[in-house]
Every structure is written in C-alpha cells, then in structure tokens.
Design a protein around this ligand. Structure first.
Ligand code: BDR
Ligand code: CA
Length: 316
C-alpha cells in the first residue's frame, strides 16, 4: 500500500466508456479514492475499444486496478439493435488524438455485472461512479434489487437540468440507453446527478493545455493531448476551443463534495417522446407541490478548485 491516507479515501467502482473525459476521471479517482475496480460499457466507442482504453490508461498511470468489461449494447437497442457511439466527438476508438500503447494487461473478467454485485458484498459504503451509459448498473439492479441498498450510492455523469447535447434535450449517456437510466433513476438508490448544466461550468482551455505541457510529466502530457484533440473537435462543433470536463465532476461529487452545490429533485427519464426520448425531466417547479425527490441534482461547482484537483492529479 502506498503512503496515501487510505482512511479518508472513499471506495469507488468506476463504470465508464473511455472516452477523453473518462480517462481524466480515472486518473483523478486514483488520486483521491480507493478504486476497487473499473467496469466498462459500450458508449463513446464500442465495448472492445472502451475496455482497451481503460486498460491502457491504467498502464500509463501504473495502477493495477482490475477491469471488468460489461455490456456491448443498450438494454433495448435502437434500430437494428445497434449500440450508438460518439465517434464525432471522441474519435472512432474513443481516445482520438492520443497514441497509447496497446495494453500488456488484460481484463479480469468479462462479467462487469457480477463484479459489481460481488465487490459490493465484500465491501461496505461503495460508491458507483457511473460515467457512461447506465447499462451495466441497470443490469446489476435487475439481477439483485438489494444492490441499491448495500451501496453508498451512484454518482452519475448524465442528464441535464437544462439543455441536451445528443439531442436538444437529451444528454449522451442517458440517450444512449434510456431504459437503463430509467431502471437506475427508479431504483431507490442514493443518486447524485452531475448533468450538463453542471459540467459546462468546468471547462478546459488552450492556456490549460500549455500549463500541462510545461508540467512535463508523462500524465500531464497525455492529458494535454486529450484536451487539445477535444478543443479541435469543439472548434468544429461549436466554434470555440474549449471543452466541458464532464466525467471528472462525478468523481469530485464523491471525493470533494464540498465543491458542489446540489438540491434534491424528482427526476424521471423520458422513454417515449418523439423529441424528448432520453431526457432527464427534472421537477423545477417552485411551488411546494414538487414531486418527491429521488436525486441530488448538482447545480454549481467551484470550477477553479475542481480544475486544480485535475491538474494536481497529473503532476507526477
Ligand atoms: C458524456 O458523454 C460522453 O461523451 C462523455 O464521456 C460524458 O460521459 C457527456 O455527455
Ligand atoms: Ca463518459
């Protein structure tokens, strides 16, 4: 065991689809949490790629956290049962713009759901940090409904209390598997939601890329390349060279909750709407007649301190 204070480090399992911001979240989580394992899911890229990417990132940062691959397609599937990916944002392999060695290590298993169930029986107070489509987490809840009671909770990067990104109103992780999100949001588990309304407050800039390059560590150079690729993509997509650092917010919600202000809200997943499938419908009514809350919705983050955490996590 290293010198870091294990006492104060929350136990987490990261369910992810790396993905540029997933990679940063993995690095950040290893700096501040006890990461029991990583489970991978189809999302930004096909499952094979997201799994290879998770292994490669762990190899880069010299961590031997076990990786368990999971769902290759959403619960219901879209037309022709295909999974949908975000190659237009993250590149075909999920980590466009960076050259990582193929990992020399391999997965601990290809049964992410079983790992989620077993690890949370062996350990108490585990947070699931879910930063991809929610397929694996939903399957775990369906297989064992007591899963929701024995975990500390689920910290989700997904959804939005305002606009969407995959569609006008739907955020990518929820839109990629709305049925899975519906299972999770109705599960009764403690849920924290870092949606786009929050994550757009934590943005990377070209100055930050320079700062990371000057830091000149193996990990800072890697993360600088991730950000630079994403700035190119954003320049094409929105006309600005800056990018929201979505997934690390769901890590910070657990490791540094004091940096985030949340409010309890009722949130439902829209499954049917012609224009709204995959939307997180948040009860924002100002009257006392709001529906009973099931989610801690994050509304603001101390972006300066949050970004300092990200930068410090790649110093070595
Ligand atoms: C989310 O979708 C993915 O593209 C990112 O990795 C993040 O988890 C943002 O909508
Ligand atoms: Ca992600």
């Amino acid at each position: 065991m290293d010198q870091r204070n294990q006492q104060r480090r929350p136990k987490v399992i990261i369910d992810c689809d790396p993905g540029h911001d997933d990679a940063v979240a993995i690095i950040l989580a290893h700096a501040h949490a006890e990461v029991l394992g990583i489970t991978t899911v189809s999302g930004n890229a096909p499952l094979l790629s997201t799994t290879q990417n998770a292994l490669s990132v762990l190899e880069l940062i010299d961590e031997d956290t076990p990786v368990h691959s999971g769902a290759a397609a959403p619960l219901k599937g879209w037309e022709k049962g295909e999974a949908i990916h975000a190659e237009g944002v993250h590149g075909v392999g999920g980590l466009g713009g960076v050259e990582l060695d193929a990992p020399s290590r391999s997965v601990a298993s290809s049964d992410a759901v079983q790992f989620l169930l077993t690890a949370t029986r062996a350990h108490t107070d585990v947070w699931i940090v879910a930063i991809g489509p929610l397929t694996n987490v939903a399957l775990a809840l369906q297989k064992d409904p007591t899963f929701s009671e024995r975990i500390a909770g689920i910290s989700i990067m997904g959804g939005s209390a305002t606009v969407g990104n995959a569609t006008r109103v739907a955020e990518f992780n929820i839109w990629a598997d709305p049925e899975a999100a519906d299972v999770v949001f109705r599960s009764g588990a403690r849920l924290k939601m870092c949606g786009l309304n929050l994550t757009h407050q934590l943005t990377t800039t070209d100055e930050l890329v320079e700062q990371l390059r000057e830091m000149n560590s193996k990990n800072s150079i890697f993360v600088a390349a991730l950000f630079e690729f994403m700035h190119g993509r954003m320049e094409e997509l929105i006309g600005r060279r800056r990018s929201a650092l979505h997934d690390p917010c769901a890590v910070i919600a657990i490791t540094h909750p004091e940096l985030i202000v949340s409010e309890a809200r009722a949130v439902a997943i829209e499954l049917d709407g012609t224009h709204t499938r995959g939307m997180t419908v948040v009860d924002e009514r100002v009257t006392r007649r709001r529906d009973p809350a099931n989610v801690e919705v994050a509304y603001s983050i101390d972006a300066d301190r949050a970004m300092s955490l990200v930068v410090e996590s790649v110093r070595n």
